[in-house]
Design a protein around this ligand. Structure first.
Ligand code: MLT
Length: 404
């Protein structure tokens, strides 16, 4: 008789965005005359840029001719894309990353969930609180998180690093020493960012303690301030301790098209074993690569035309972020984020719980956001809105909230 992975039974509730989506659909079905505006999941709304569409068309045509047809691609990604990433995302910023340290994937969600597989079961993880739920949930599935305390909404074997108004939503170095540190900057969900000097402290700490940092830089394209690093490899010593995850979802609109990558420098080792070799083994065994046509679309993002078109999209979403931030501030809300990230983190009014505010906003303004407590206990009393809506809907949502 088969047995299940009982770790799955420990997971409380369903995936945050599934719960939010279900509530939204139920409300919309029960109130068909209401226009519900969705500023919840960080899903893009602008169409793919023309340069990307051209690249897709070109690649589709290649697939239709015997001379240019492609079957299985290289395990770790096509050379043309890995080279474009190494040159543009790294060398151009003075980061020493080679094309063969880049692993192409179908997105940062999968990579951030799968990366824990190459670590032993007894590693202790440290996460920001609040945090993107995938990091914790996938470690729960792997049996690495201990016992769940339902009252505190924490796991006994996870080190939580509170990100609060007092510390500017940027974690302090933990008191207990972790083996694996998950960091995401610009941050999801709080929209906070750290300076290069602050990030350097984390790299130094990881190198001193022998920890590895899993650095999720999915939102780097939204950085607007000059002292905020775009990559952890801008810090000295990061090649010895940091894995970086990147995505084409938020900077190029690939949420439905799926493309991302993970960078593992060859220096990160446990004894003689490099993490690079383990991830290459995993990728080779479990993954057949992102589709050729999508990798060609990814390559197009790095052309001069591509960069200009994507910048326009980022500017579009950041105009929304500004509208949300300024609108809510003018209505008396405490608001953070939205400067280097497409997320706005607000304090709920009158000490309402995050879920209560969710219901209140849905029912009175017909606006859907994401409850802060869904990201962790320190998110209680906060709420996240995304800047990924259309400008018109964003304006309408904020005007409705201002009238409450
Ligand atoms: C979010 O809303 O936090 C993200 O869109 C989720 C994701 O990227 O998987």
């Amino acid at each position: 008789m088969f047995q299940i992975n009982e770790n799955y039974l420990k997971l409380p509730g369903s995936y945050l965005f599934s719960t939010v989506g279900k509530k939204e659909r139920e409300y919309a079905a029960a109130n068909p005359n209401k226009k519900v505006i969705r500023l919840s999941i960080g899903d893009v709304t602008q169409p793919l840029a023309p340069v990307i569409i051209d690249a897709l068309h070109g690649a589709v045509d290649e697939m239709g001719k015997a001379e240019t047809f492609r079957g299985y691609g290289p395990d770790l990604g096509y050379e043309f894309l890995r080279t474009a990433i190494a040159e543009n995302d790294y060398r151009a910023r003075g980061c020493d990353i080679a094309a063969d340290e880049i692993f192409i994937s179908d997105g940062a969600k999968s990579d951030s969930g799968n990366i824990q597989e190459i670590f032993g079961p007894d590693n202790k993880i440290a996460v920001c609180d609040p945090v993107y739920p995938v990091y914790v949930d996938t470690n729960v599935m792997a049996g690495r998180t201990g016992v769940y305390d339902a009252a505190r909404e924490t796991w006994s074997d996870v080190i939580y690093m509170p990100c609060t108004q007092e510390n500017g939503f940027a974690p302090l170095l933990p008191k207990q020493t972790p083996d694996i540190i998950y960091l995401c900057f610009p941050n999801n969900p709080t929209g906070s960012a750290v300076t290069k000097a602050r990030l350097q402290e984390w790299v130094d700490y990881a190198n001193k303690t022998g920890a590895v940092i899993i650095y999720d830089a999915a939102y780097e394209a939204y950085i607007s301030e000059p002292d905020v690093p775009h990559s952890i490899y801008e810090c000295r010593g990061a090649r010895e301790c940091a894995i970086e995850l990147r995505s084409f979802s938020k900077n190029a609109g690939f949420t439905g098209t799926r493309l991302g990558f993970t960078v593992i420098p060859k220096e990160i080792k446990s004894g003689d074993i490099s993490l690079h070799s383990l991830w290459a083994r995993r990728h080779g065994t479990k993954f057949n690569g992102a589709p050729y046509i999508i990798q060609r679309a990814g390559e197009a993002c790095y052309t001069a035309e591509g960069k200009a078109q994507l910048k326009e999209q980022i500017d579009y979403y950041m105009r929304n972020a500004k509208y949300i931030s300024e609108g809510l501030k003018s209505a008396g809300y405490f608001v953070s984020g939205g400067v280097n990230a497409p997320y706005i983190w607000l304090k709920t009014p009158n000490q309402m719980s995050s879920w209560k505010f969710f219901d209140y906003l849905l029912e009175t303004a017909n606006v859907v956001g994401t409850p802060g407590s869904g990201f962790g206990p320190s998110g209680e009393g906060y709420f996240r809105l995304t800047a990924f809506g259309s400008y018109e809907n964003t304006v309408e949502a904020i005007e409705r909230i201002k009238k409450l």
